[in-house]
Design a protein around this ligand. Structure first.
Ligand code: AMP
Length: 443
């Protein structure tokens, strides 16, 4: 199958060719013709599958063919959960629309709105936005969604996790009722299904990869490392392997800051990316990481969600996630676009139970290796058993609290995420799609 056979116009084909894509990815092959027919789509796809081009190319074509020659109302609205994802999607829209007369822009919070408002006033056809800033600017009458006939919800599961349901509903109340809707989500909880039912009309289901599967090309390694030795272990891995681009995950923002400091102290350039960082700092860290100016990006789950860093060779779970689905999302950052990658997880004593949760979700046993020189000393065992007692105590306390208070959104998220909706689909599947080859500069 070629992009031409999917029914795309010559200007779009030219832009795709310039990006160096030769074959459509499975999600592109399935979604593009359906979207071109004007149908609603419910797509199961996570970042790394080529989903952005999968929805951007056909919407650009539809808008180009039905454009009003005199004015530019916002015709398509792409909603994303994070600022980084919004920026990435916009970058894609810009690149693919290089040879068509379509204007686009992106709006998100954390930066002054003045320039965004000015761009909107000049007229844009495609708007990429995070829900909060979109509603702000709509309130200020800086934009109108009266003529928006295509709505795209990207990473809808994460938008619900982040508590955007009310905002999404509000945005939808400003759109014309007759419109095309595309919903992309990596996982399908009960909440997502409800949201989809309320928005989509006779949607065509499109699946890029089985849910909760790990990328076929990702080599997963799991090591038992005491908490106190994790920093020296990763320093050794990075220095001896001469790794130049490593994405590392911690569970907390505080943990991300601490680890970043430790790495810098050991002479490894690093930056942290998480919700407490300003937008400027987040953008700078991501840019420097992508341009190989820093070797390590330390991230929390929410901040890293949706980041497209092409051909990332190494992902390290410095701390394992306590939500098993986050493991799948994390290691999906490597082995992108058909390239191979390595995901390394460090497991301290108190994290062994998280490995069990992940194995259950993946329906796959993870081989945990012990390493020479990183044994658990008496102190480590002592520390971890005290930590475990502490964890159990705080869990018991939380359970007590839960009885008297209603559940908060993050608990809801954990409980819904923990239920695998299609356990039979969890096995990794073979994919024939091969993306870009790694650049020489990346060892
Ligand atoms: P996405 O899932 O949209 O975040 O895309 C993941 C990565 O795959 C991005 O770096 C895209 O540039 C790249 N990509 C998208 N479509 C193709 C394709 N057909 N062939 C090769 N790479 C692609």
């Amino acid at each position: 199958m070629t992009f031409k056979e999917l029914g795309l116009s010559a200007p779009l084909l030219k832009a795709v060719e310039e990006k160096g894509y030769t074959t459509p990815s499975p999600i592109q092959e399935k979604a593009i013709p359906i979207i071109l027919e004007g149908k609603d789509v419910l797509a199961s796809a996570q970042t790394g599958t080529g989903k952005t081009a999968g929805f951007t190319l056909p919407i650009l074509q539809i808008i180009a063919e039905t454009k009003n020659p005199k004015y530019r109302p916002i015709r398509a609205l792409v909603l994303t959960p994070t600022r980084e994802l919004a920026a990435q999607v916009y970058e894609n829209v810009r690149e693919y629309s290089k040879y068509v007369n379509i204007k686009s822009t992106v709006i998100f919070g954390g930066v002054k709105p003045k320039a965004q408002i000015a761009t909107l006033r000049n007229g844009v056809d495609v708007l990429v936005a995070t829900p909060g800033r979109l509603l702000d600017l709509h309130n200020q009458k800086a934009l109108s969604l009266n003529r928006t006939d295509i709505l795209i919800l990207d990473e809808a599961d994460r938008m619900l996790d982040m508590g955007f349901l009310r905002d999404i509903k509000k945005v939808i109340s400003f759109l014309p009722s007759k419109r095309q809707n595309l919903l992309f989500s990596a996982t399908f909880s009960k909440e997502i299904k409800q949201l989809a039912q309320g928005i989509l009309r006779n949607p065509v289901m499109v699946e890029a990869a089985p849910e909760n599967s790990t990328a076929e090309m990702v080599v997963q390694k799991v090591y038992r490392v005491p908490k106190s030795k994790k920093a020296s272990f990763v320093t050794q891995l990075i220095s001896e392997g001469n790794w130049n681009q490593v994405l590392m995950f911690t569970r907390t923002k505080h943990g991300a800051n601490n680890l970043t400091k430790k790495l810098i102290k050991k002479g490894i350039s690093a930056a942290a990316i998480h919700g407490n960082k300003s937008q400027g700092a987040r953008t700078k860290a991501l840019r420097e990481f992508k341009q190989n100016e820093i070797r390590v990006l330390v991230a929390t789950d929410i901040a890293a969600r949706g980041l497209d860093i092409p051909l990332l060779p190494h992902v390290i779970n410095y701390e394992l996630p306590n939500v098993p689905e986050d493991y799948v999302h994390r290691i999906g950052r490597t082995g992108r676009a058909g390239a191979s990658g390595e995901a390394i997880s460090l497991v301290a004593n108190e994290e062994v139970e998280y490995v069990r949760g992940i194995e259950k979700l993946l329906k796959q046993k993870l081989q945990i290796e012990e390493l020479e020189g990183f044994d658990f000393s008496e102190d480590d065992m002592q520390e971890s058993s005290t930590q475990k007692q502490h964890q159990q105590r705080s869990q018991r306390k939380k359970q007590g609290e839960r009885k008297s208070f209603s559940r908060n959104s993050s608990e809801k998220r954990n409980s819904s995420d923990n239920k695998s909706q299609h356990p039979q689909k969890n096995k990794p599947k073979k994919s024939r799609w091969r993306g870009n080859k790694p650049k020489d500069s990346r060892k």
